[in-house]
Design a protein around this ligand. Sequence first.
Ligand code: CMC
Length: 379
Amino acid sequence: MTVCEFRAGLEGVPATQSSISFVDGQKGILEYRGIPIQELAAKSTFLETAYLLIWNELPTRDVLADFEHEIQYHRRLKYRIRDMMKCFPESGHPMDALQASAAALGLFYSKRALDDPAYIRAAVVRILAKVPTMVAAFQLIRKGNDPVQPRDDLSYAANFLYMLSEQEPDPFAARIFDVSLMLHAEHTINASTFSAMVTASTLTDPYAVIASAVGTLAGPLHGGASEEVVEMLEEIGSVENVRPFLEDRLERKQRIMGFGHRVYKVKDPRAIILQQLAEQLFEKFGQDKFYDIAVELEQVVEEKLGHRGIFPNVDFYSGLVYRKLGIPTDLFTPVFAISRAAGWLAHWKEQLGENRIFRPTQIYTGLHSAPYVPIDERQ
Ligand code: CMC
């Protein structure tokens, strides 16, 4: 076995072989199963894309219709899961609520048959169907309301927006949301996907896999960045304040949220599409001053940090899109999880195909044969 040097954050270290997605960080290319993200954003839907990611083929019309129908059928939550969620503190973060609820699914669907394709499909359907319902349910519960039941006549994206606001969304807004779900669905071996794969490699149940990935996505260096972007734009407050804000932040060696990426050294292709979506939304539903602040911030960051390959990442414009769609700021990361569940499930399935438990090594930096000092002699 070759002994490798230690790389912090496993930078550049291949953790698996995968055919699910491809990123070229220098050219700004992202492909799902070989199909460029721009092509999918223009022509596909989130559920079709999820199917592609998980089963490695574009579904025929009938196969897609069956898949959509199954997901529709499984959207509801058992009343005991809803009751459990009612006991969560309303001050808790919705990502924690989602992680706990996703893990709880394992209690209700405890049969495990990882070598049975029917079981895999049922788990995929259940998770894709129920995660949006759980996110929306917690939102209503924490406001003191009963969760609304999903509506079978609405698409995946439209139904989620409906469950959040109890109002049927504009079809254009629902389409924009669907595209945004597609854009966030998969992104090679990022932290949460790696987490999902490590958990999957122990052959535990898929709900534990999703719960561990949700916990990882929650951090501000990963999915949590989009919330912080919007908070930062609010703090900046005006276009004139962009430059002094940025200079002050850089002087204090603080990071600018929504910028920089381990892989992309150019503007993230998803950020380019999300910016276009934001513009379309503002055109149809009214301007937002935070968009002007964001555009100015992008320019000044490019001027100051562009030479180091620091450009907008996926989280920079996604918050502006979600905000315009009426999604509360602390639901941005749970919405990311709704979408990324497709990628996690694709990696779960791929991991099961040729599984070997993850068990890396370490470079020990501690003592050897250290004395045990009796408690009375310790200082
Ligand atoms: N603002 C200012 N400086 C930055 C930024 C930033 N956003 N990102 C990287 N840098 C600097 C960093 O300070 C470091 O400088 P130095 O070499 O002088 O210490 C250098 O660039 C390399 O940074 P790094 O942390 O080693 O890079 P990384 O590849 O480990 O980190 C990152 C990638 C995404 C964690 C980082 O760019 C970051 O913290 N960005 C802000 C948070 C963010 O937007 N996260 C969302 C990531 S994309 C979606 C997702 O994964 O969920």
